[in-house]
Ligand binder design. Structure first.
Ligand SMILES: NC(=O)c1ccc[n+]([C@@H]2O[C@H](COP(=O)([O-])OP(=O)(O)OC[C@H]3O[C@@H](n4cnc5c(N)ncnc54)[C@H](OP(=O)(O)O)[C@@H]3O)[C@@H](O)[C@H]2O)c1
Length: 326
C-alpha cells in the first residue's frame, strides 16, 4: 500500500483510505462483528487512513473505531468531522458548541487530540463567513486536533477553503461520474499544498457495476431514503445521478475495464492516477470490499488512451445527468 502526504500536514496516509459511514449503519444495518471485520480487513491491507463523522450512526461509527483502536492498536490516522451534529446545522454554530462537539468525537474515539477534523459540509455562507475556520485554528493551537480540513459539496466552496493558509485537506466528491475537479481545483490545491481526500469513489457503490435498476435498499439506507435529496444533499447519493441512469452508465463502462481488474478497481485506479489526490476513502460494508479496493494501489496506472476515453465518456454521457450544482 503506497503512502502520500496529506497536504501541508506532516501526516503520511495510505493512498487508499477507508470510509466509515457504513459502520454507523447508514447503508443498511451493520452488526458489531461485521464492523470489526471491516476494520480488521483495512488494517491487514495497510489502509491507515479512516474517515468518520460524529453523525455517522449518531456516534456509533466513531465509538466502533475508538473501541477497535483501543483493542488492536492498528496505528491509523483517524479523521472525523464537525458541523452536522446536535443543533449546529444549519445556523447554530458557536465557538463553544463546536468545541464541545469535537470533544465529544475525541471521547468516542478515545483520544485527546483528533488527527484531522473536517468541517462537515456546513452551509456555504457559514463557510465563507470564516469564523469556523478561525476557531479550528484555535482548536489546533489548543491541542484538540492535529490538523483541520473541510469537506465540501461544490467546487466553489472547495476553491474558497483552499485559500485558507492552514487548511491541511479538502474532502470532495470525485469519481468517474464527477470529474470537474481536474481542471481548476486540482492545480489550485497543489499550489496551496492542500491534500485532497476523495469521497464517493464508487458513486455510493454503483460504480462497482453490480447493481441493477430495480434493486431495493434497506429503509435505513440513504440510497433508499435520500434518492432525491430528502434528508441531505442529493449529490451525496449516487453522485447526484438518478439511480437507474447511474446503473446504465456503469454498465456502459464495463467493456472498457482493462484485463486484470474489475470495474470498482478501474474506478479507484482512475482516481489514484491524479497526483493531486492524497487518499481515496472508499466506503465498505463488507471486509472483502476493503481488500479488493486496497488492491487498486498496486495496479498499474491506466493508459493515456483510456484516460482520454473516460474523460470523453464523462463529458458526453454523464455530466448532464448530475442533478446538483457541481
Ligand atoms: N459529506 C461528507 O463529508 C461525506 C459524504 C459522503 C461520504 N463521506 C465519506 O466518504 C466515504 C466514501 O463514500 P461512500 O461510502 O458514500 O461511497 P462509495 O465509497 O462510493 O461507496 C461505498 C459503497 O460501495 C459498495 N462497495 C464498496 N467497495 C465495493 C467493491 N469492491 N465491490 C462492490 N461494491 C463495493 C458498498 O456498497 P454496499 O454497502 O451496498 O455493499 C459500499 O457501501 C464514506 O464512508 C464517508 O466516510 C463523507
Amino acid at each position: 500500500m503506497k503512502q502520500r502526504t496529506l497536504g501541508k500536514s506532516d501526516i503520511q496516509v495510505s493512498e487508499v483510505g477507508l470510509g466509515c459511514w457504513q459502520l454507523g449503519g447508514d447503508f443498511g444495518p451493520v452488526e458489531a462483528d461485521r464492523a470489526d471485520a471491516v476494520l480488521h480487513a483495512a488494517m491487514e491491507a495497510g489502509i491507515d487512513f479512516w474517515d468518520t463523522a460524529d453523525v455517522y450512526g449518531a456516534g456509533l461509527s466513531e465509538s466502533r473505531i475508538g473501541d477497535f483502536v483501543r483493542r488492536n492498536r492498528p496505528g491509523v490516522t483517524v479523521a472525523s468531522k464537525v458541523g452536522r451534529g446536535g443543533d449546529l446545522y444549519p445556523h447554530g454554530y458557536t465557538r463553544q458548541k463546536v468545541r464541545a462537539s469535537i470533544e465529544g468525537s475525541a471521547k468516542r474515539l478515545g483520544v485527546d487530540a483528533i488527527d484531522l477534523v473536517q468541517l462537515h459540509c456546513v452551509p456555504p455562507e457559514v463557510l465563507y463567513d470564516g469564523d469556523l475556520l478561525a476557531w479550528m485554528e484555535d482548536f489546533q493551537r489548543d491541542g484538540l486536533l492535529r490538523a483541520f480540513g473541510a469537506s465540501v459539496e461544490t467546487l466553489e466552496e472547495a476553491k474558497f477553503a483552499c485559500t485558507h493558509p492552514d487548511l491541511a485537506s479538502l474532502q470532495i466528491i470525485f469519481n468517474l461520474f464527477r470529474q470537474d475537479a481536474i481542471t481548476e481545483l486540482f492545480p489550485l490545491a497543489q499550489a496551496k499544498n492542500v491534500g485532497i481526500i476523495v469521497r464517493l469513489p464508487l458513486a455510493s457503490g454503483v460504480l462497482a457495476g453490480r447493481m441493477t435498476a430495480g434493486q431495493a435498499f434497506a429503509e435505513t439506507d440513504h440510497r433508499q431514503y435520500n434518492r432525491h435529496g430528502e434528508a441531505f444533499s442529493q449529490g451525496e447519493t449516487f453522485s447526484g445521478i438518478p439511480f437507474e441512469t447511474a446503473v446504465a452508465l456503469a454498465d456502459a463502462l464495463k467493456p472498457r475495464v482493462p484485463e486484470g481488474m474489475d470495474l470498482a478497481q478501474m474506478a479507484m485506479r482512475w482516481i489514484l492516477d491524479h497526483p493531486a489526490v492524497t487518499t481515496v476513502i472508499a466506503g465498505a460494508s463488507r471486509p472483502d470490499q476493503v481488500t479488493r479496493n486496497a488492491a487498486a494501489s498496486d495496479l498499474a496506472p491506466l493508459d493515456t488512451a483510456l484516460h482520454d476515453e473516460l474523460a470523453a465518456f464523462y463529458a458526453e454521457k454523464v455530466r448532464s445527468h448530475v442533478q446538483v450544482p457541481i
